[in-house]
Design a binder for this molecule. Structure first.
Ligand code: FPP
Length: 271
């Protein structure tokens, strides 16, 4: 795991020690989701155009993927383009599409060499052919990799996800293939586009906004939130370490009381 490198530079000793410390101090979240926000404001604060912020955001994506792989996170889901993002000015949408194609093209081989599996969720059919093809090629190349799953949420929205699942379930019910009594939490989860992964343990949102913004609405039911003022292009490994450290300090009760959670933990340790 520790040999994972996406930016071609060797991991520093300080970095290796920080990761070792985190691995020993608590649980590493199995699934991390990120709302990468603040690219536009980052660029504006430097007197640049918004697209510069998206371009700089790619370096943060690389750093985040690398650290997640090194820490042993199993799934990383990045909200790269929401359904609502289609309504941005056309030139910004076009720039984001080009950046996506370029980034996938330049990073795929490195992802593959580092045993990372690229996947995507969302209304991918809405993307230009060039983008879809580049993505499909990368997904195909990395599909048998066994390390970190890097999932890009593209033209994704939580309401769309719940709607498409509901539609499929309703069809089955109307054909008599499923009884309404069989519709449960687990069944609904199995029709969402995230059916093959666990719900996120930790969600990070950058740029200080306190919103879910139509991301994984169903899946975030018991996810721990970490919100930082830092704009996405400035969110680098040290920020991610802080987020994981903060996660490790949380008590996840899933609706229970503290005493129950602690006695369950003790039972697990002694069994
Ligand atoms: C939100 O910032 C960011 C986006 C809508 C796009 C995120 C894209 C990237 C980080 C680059 C490409 C990603 C990959 C995975 C290759 P914003 O524009 O809403 O910022 P603002 O709130 O300051 O306006």
């Amino acid at each position: 795991m520790e040999t994972v490198t996406l930016n071609g530079t060797k991991q520093t000793e300080q970095d290796r020690l920080r990761q070792q410390e985190l691995k020993l101090s608590g649980e590493i979240p199995g699934h991390v989701a990120v709302i990468m926000d603040g690219n536009g404001r980052w660029a504006k604060s430097r007197g640049g155009i918004r697209v510069k912020g998206h371009q700089a955001g790619v370096d943060s994506v690389r750093d985040t993927v690398e650290v997640c792989a090194q820490l042993g996170v199993r799934h990383l889901t990045l909200f790269a383009f929401s359904t609502e993002n289609w309504t941005r000015p056309q030139h910004e949408v076009n720039a984001l599409m080009s950046l996506l194609v370029q980034t996938i093209r330049s990073e795929t081989q490195k992802l593959h060499e580092n045993n990372i599996r690229l996947t995507a969720i969302g209304q991918l059919d809405k993307f230009p052919t060039k983008c879809r093809n580049q993505l499909a090629e990368a997904i195909k190349l990395t599909k048998t990799n066994t390390g970190l799953e890097l999932c890009l949420a593209l033209s994704y929205s939580g309401r769309w996800d719940v709607t498409q699942a509901t539609r499929k379930i309703s069809e089955k019910v109307s054909k008599g293939q499923l009884s309404p009594d069989e519709v449960s939490d687990d069944l609904i989860s199995s029709y969402l586009v995230t059916a093959d992964k666990p719900d996120p343990d930790l969600i990070i949102r950058t740029s200080g906004e306190f919103r879910i913004s139509n991301f994984l609405l169903w899946q975030l039911a018991y996810t721990e939130f970490y919100i930082t003022e830092t704009f996405w292009p400035d969110f680098r490994r040290d920020e991610l370490y802080k987020a994981v450290e903060c996660y490790q300090g949380r008590e996840r009760r899933f609706g229970k009381v503290s005493e129950q959670v602690n006695s369950n933990d003790r039972e697990k340790q002694t069994s």
